[in-house]
Design a protein around this ligand. Structure first.
Ligand SMILES: Nc1nc2c(ncn2[C@@H]2O[C@H](COP(=O)(O)OP(=O)(O)OP(=O)(O)O)[C@@H](O)[C@H]2O)c(=O)[nH]1
Ligand SMILES: [Zn+2]
Length: 196
Protein backbone atom coordinates (compact mmCIF):
# COMPACT_ATOMS: atom_id res chain seq x y z
CA UNK A 1 0.00 0.00 0.00
CA UNK A 2 1.30 3.49 -0.84
CA UNK A 3 1.92 5.50 2.33
CA UNK A 4 0.63 9.04 2.70
CA UNK A 5 3.21 11.82 2.73
CA UNK A 6 2.78 12.42 6.47
CA UNK A 7 3.59 8.76 7.19
CA UNK A 8 6.78 9.04 5.13
CA UNK A 9 7.68 12.50 6.43
CA UNK A 10 10.63 11.43 8.61
CA UNK A 11 12.18 9.45 5.75
CA UNK A 12 11.94 11.90 2.87
CA UNK A 13 13.27 15.40 2.44
CA UNK A 14 10.14 17.13 1.14
CA UNK A 15 10.70 19.91 -1.34
CA UNK A 16 8.43 21.50 -3.91
CA UNK A 17 8.97 22.22 -7.59
CA UNK A 18 8.10 25.92 -7.70
CA UNK A 19 7.96 26.10 -11.50
CA UNK A 20 5.49 23.25 -11.67
CA UNK A 21 3.37 24.77 -8.89
CA UNK A 22 3.27 28.11 -10.70
CA UNK A 23 1.99 26.35 -13.79
CA UNK A 24 -0.67 24.54 -11.73
CA UNK A 25 -1.78 27.86 -10.23
CA UNK A 26 -2.10 29.34 -13.73
CA UNK A 27 -4.28 26.38 -14.71
CA UNK A 28 -6.50 26.80 -11.64
CA UNK A 29 -7.01 30.48 -12.49
CA UNK A 30 -8.02 29.60 -16.06
CA UNK A 31 -10.29 26.79 -14.82
CA UNK A 32 -12.23 29.18 -12.54
CA UNK A 33 -12.77 31.61 -15.40
CA UNK A 34 -10.00 34.09 -14.60
CA UNK A 35 -7.34 35.59 -16.84
CA UNK A 36 -3.90 34.90 -15.32
CA UNK A 37 -2.38 37.67 -17.43
CA UNK A 38 -4.55 40.42 -15.98
CA UNK A 39 -2.78 42.98 -13.80
CA UNK A 40 -3.91 41.72 -10.36
CA UNK A 41 -3.19 38.06 -11.11
CA UNK A 42 0.11 38.30 -12.95
CA UNK A 43 2.20 37.57 -9.83
CA UNK A 44 -0.33 35.24 -8.21
CA UNK A 45 1.13 31.92 -9.50
CA UNK A 46 4.55 32.94 -8.18
CA UNK A 47 3.05 33.85 -4.80
CA UNK A 48 1.06 30.59 -4.75
CA UNK A 49 4.19 28.52 -5.35
CA UNK A 50 6.06 30.53 -2.72
CA UNK A 51 3.35 29.91 -0.16
CA UNK A 52 3.39 26.12 -0.71
CA UNK A 53 7.16 26.17 -0.51
CA UNK A 54 6.95 28.06 2.77
CA UNK A 55 4.41 25.59 4.14
CA UNK A 56 6.01 22.34 3.00
CA UNK A 57 9.65 23.27 3.51
CA UNK A 58 9.06 24.92 6.90
CA UNK A 59 12.03 24.47 9.19
CA UNK A 60 11.11 24.39 12.87
CA UNK A 61 14.75 24.67 13.89
CA UNK A 62 16.29 22.87 16.82
CA UNK A 63 13.56 21.33 18.96
CA UNK A 64 15.40 19.25 21.53
CA UNK A 65 17.29 21.50 23.96
CA UNK A 66 17.12 19.85 27.36
CA UNK A 67 18.29 21.14 30.74
CA UNK A 68 19.26 19.08 33.76
CA UNK A 69 16.76 19.72 36.51
CA UNK A 70 16.40 19.10 40.22
CA UNK A 71 12.68 19.92 40.03
CA UNK A 72 11.65 16.32 39.63
CA UNK A 73 7.91 15.78 39.40
CA UNK A 74 6.93 19.40 38.71
CA UNK A 75 4.11 19.89 36.24
CA UNK A 76 5.11 22.25 33.45
CA UNK A 77 2.36 23.65 31.28
CA UNK A 78 2.56 25.89 28.21
CA UNK A 79 -0.75 27.24 26.99
CA UNK A 80 -2.14 29.77 24.54
CA UNK A 81 0.05 28.68 21.61
CA UNK A 82 -1.85 29.11 18.36
CA UNK A 83 -0.67 27.32 15.24
CA UNK A 84 -2.16 27.11 11.76
CA UNK A 85 -2.33 23.95 9.73
CA UNK A 86 -4.10 22.68 6.61
CA UNK A 87 -6.88 20.13 6.75
CA UNK A 88 -6.00 17.17 4.58
CA UNK A 89 -9.56 16.78 3.28
CA UNK A 90 -10.07 20.21 1.73
CA UNK A 91 -6.61 21.83 1.89
CA UNK A 92 -8.19 24.65 3.88
CA UNK A 93 -6.63 26.18 6.99
CA UNK A 94 -7.50 25.35 10.56
CA UNK A 95 -6.19 27.13 13.60
CA UNK A 96 -5.38 25.24 16.77
CA UNK A 97 -4.95 26.77 20.18
CA UNK A 98 -2.68 24.38 22.07
CA UNK A 99 -1.89 23.56 25.66
CA UNK A 100 0.94 21.19 26.43
CA UNK A 101 1.79 19.86 29.89
CA UNK A 102 4.26 17.31 31.17
CA UNK A 103 5.67 16.12 34.43
CA UNK A 104 9.40 16.66 34.50
CA UNK A 105 11.29 13.42 34.93
CA UNK A 106 14.63 15.06 35.71
CA UNK A 107 15.12 16.98 32.46
CA UNK A 108 13.44 20.18 31.30
CA UNK A 109 12.66 20.99 27.68
CA UNK A 110 13.43 24.58 26.62
CA UNK A 111 10.23 26.64 26.69
CA UNK A 112 10.32 27.77 23.04
CA UNK A 113 10.68 24.16 21.89
CA UNK A 114 7.01 23.43 22.63
CA UNK A 115 5.99 26.03 20.05
CA UNK A 116 8.66 24.82 17.59
CA UNK A 117 7.38 21.26 17.90
CA UNK A 118 3.77 22.43 17.48
CA UNK A 119 4.59 24.43 14.32
CA UNK A 120 6.64 21.56 12.93
CA UNK A 121 3.67 19.19 13.02
CA UNK A 122 1.21 21.87 11.89
CA UNK A 123 3.23 22.34 8.69
CA UNK A 124 1.85 19.26 6.99
CA UNK A 125 -1.56 18.18 5.80
CA UNK A 126 -3.30 17.22 9.02
CA UNK A 127 -6.41 16.38 10.93
CA UNK A 128 -6.54 17.97 14.35
CA UNK A 129 -6.57 14.69 16.24
CA UNK A 130 -3.31 13.59 14.59
CA UNK A 131 -1.71 17.00 15.15
CA UNK A 132 -2.28 16.57 18.89
CA UNK A 133 -0.86 13.02 18.86
CA UNK A 134 2.20 14.02 16.78
CA UNK A 135 3.02 16.78 19.28
CA UNK A 136 2.58 14.42 22.24
CA UNK A 137 4.78 11.74 20.62
CA UNK A 138 7.62 14.13 19.89
CA UNK A 139 7.63 15.69 23.37
CA UNK A 140 7.55 12.23 24.86
CA UNK A 141 10.48 11.08 22.67
CA UNK A 142 12.58 14.11 23.56
CA UNK A 143 11.89 14.32 27.30
CA UNK A 144 11.54 10.59 27.89
CA UNK A 145 8.36 11.05 29.90
CA UNK A 146 4.99 9.49 29.27
CA UNK A 147 3.34 11.81 31.80
CA UNK A 148 1.99 14.41 29.43
CA UNK A 149 -1.11 16.05 28.08
CA UNK A 150 -1.81 17.92 24.87
CA UNK A 151 -5.08 19.78 24.38
CA UNK A 152 -6.16 21.48 21.18
CA UNK A 153 -9.04 23.80 20.36
CA UNK A 154 -9.41 24.44 16.67
CA UNK A 155 -11.53 26.27 14.16
CA UNK A 156 -11.69 24.61 10.74
CA UNK A 157 -12.37 26.91 7.80
CA UNK A 158 -13.65 23.96 5.78
CA UNK A 159 -16.57 23.95 8.20
CA UNK A 160 -16.82 27.72 8.73
CA UNK A 161 -16.65 29.13 5.19
CA UNK A 162 -17.84 26.25 3.01
CA UNK A 163 -19.99 23.13 3.27
CA UNK A 164 -22.14 23.40 6.38
CA UNK A 165 -20.91 27.00 6.93
CA UNK A 166 -21.10 26.79 10.72
CA UNK A 167 -18.38 28.37 12.83
CA UNK A 168 -17.52 26.03 15.68
CA UNK A 169 -14.73 24.98 18.00
CA UNK A 170 -13.32 21.48 17.91
CA UNK A 171 -11.60 20.20 21.05
CA UNK A 172 -9.31 17.22 21.00
CA UNK A 173 -6.97 16.13 23.74
CA UNK A 174 -4.68 13.37 24.78
CA UNK A 175 -3.80 12.50 28.37
CA UNK A 176 -1.02 10.04 29.02
CA UNK A 177 0.58 8.50 32.11
CA UNK A 178 -0.34 10.29 35.32
CA UNK A 179 -2.69 12.67 33.46
CA UNK A 180 -4.60 9.68 32.16
CA UNK A 181 -4.61 7.76 35.44
CA UNK A 182 -5.06 10.48 38.05
CA UNK A 183 -8.12 12.67 38.26
CA UNK A 184 -6.18 14.91 40.65
CA UNK A 185 -3.40 15.49 38.11
CA UNK A 186 -5.96 16.37 35.45
CA UNK A 187 -7.80 18.67 37.87
CA UNK A 188 -4.48 20.46 38.50
CA UNK A 189 -4.18 21.13 34.77
CA UNK A 190 -7.73 22.39 34.47
CA UNK A 191 -7.23 24.62 37.53
CA UNK A 192 -4.12 26.15 35.92
CA UNK A 193 -6.17 26.77 32.79
CA UNK A 194 -9.03 28.29 34.76
CA UNK A 195 -11.42 25.56 33.55
CA UNK A 196 -14.07 24.59 36.10
N1 LIG B 1 -12.34 14.60 12.76
C1 LIG B 1 -11.92 15.57 11.94
N2 LIG B 1 -12.64 15.86 10.85
C2 LIG B 1 -12.20 16.84 10.04
C3 LIG B 1 -11.04 17.56 10.29
N3 LIG B 1 -10.91 18.49 9.32
C4 LIG B 1 -11.94 18.32 8.48
N4 LIG B 1 -12.75 17.32 8.91
C5 LIG B 1 -13.96 16.75 8.37
O1 LIG B 1 -13.70 15.84 7.33
C6 LIG B 1 -14.95 15.50 6.77
C7 LIG B 1 -14.82 15.15 5.30
O2 LIG B 1 -16.09 14.68 4.93
P1 LIG B 1 -16.56 14.36 3.44
O3 LIG B 1 -18.01 14.01 3.50
O4 LIG B 1 -15.63 13.36 2.83
O5 LIG B 1 -16.32 15.74 2.69
P2 LIG B 1 -17.38 16.87 2.31
O6 LIG B 1 -18.37 16.34 1.36
O7 LIG B 1 -16.60 18.07 1.87
O8 LIG B 1 -18.07 17.12 3.73
P3 LIG B 1 -18.70 18.43 4.36
O9 LIG B 1 -17.59 19.19 5.05
O10 LIG B 1 -19.71 17.91 5.35
O11 LIG B 1 -19.32 19.25 3.27
C8 LIG B 1 -15.86 16.66 7.06
O12 LIG B 1 -16.84 16.24 7.97
C9 LIG B 1 -14.94 17.69 7.72
O13 LIG B 1 -15.61 18.52 8.66
C10 LIG B 1 -10.29 17.22 11.45
O14 LIG B 1 -9.24 17.77 11.76
N5 LIG B 1 -10.77 16.21 12.24
ZN1 LIG C 1 -11.49 20.08 5.81
Amino acid sequence: MVKAAWERQEAVDVSVDAVRLEELARQILIEIGEDPTREGLRETPRRYAKWWKEFVEYDAGKVDTLFESSTLGQTVMVSGMTVWSLCEHHLLPFSCDLTVAYKSGGVLLGLSKFARIAHKHAHKLQVQERLVVDIADEISDITGTNDLAVMGRGEHLCMTMRGIRTPSTMSSSIFRGVFDQSERARAELFAQLGVK
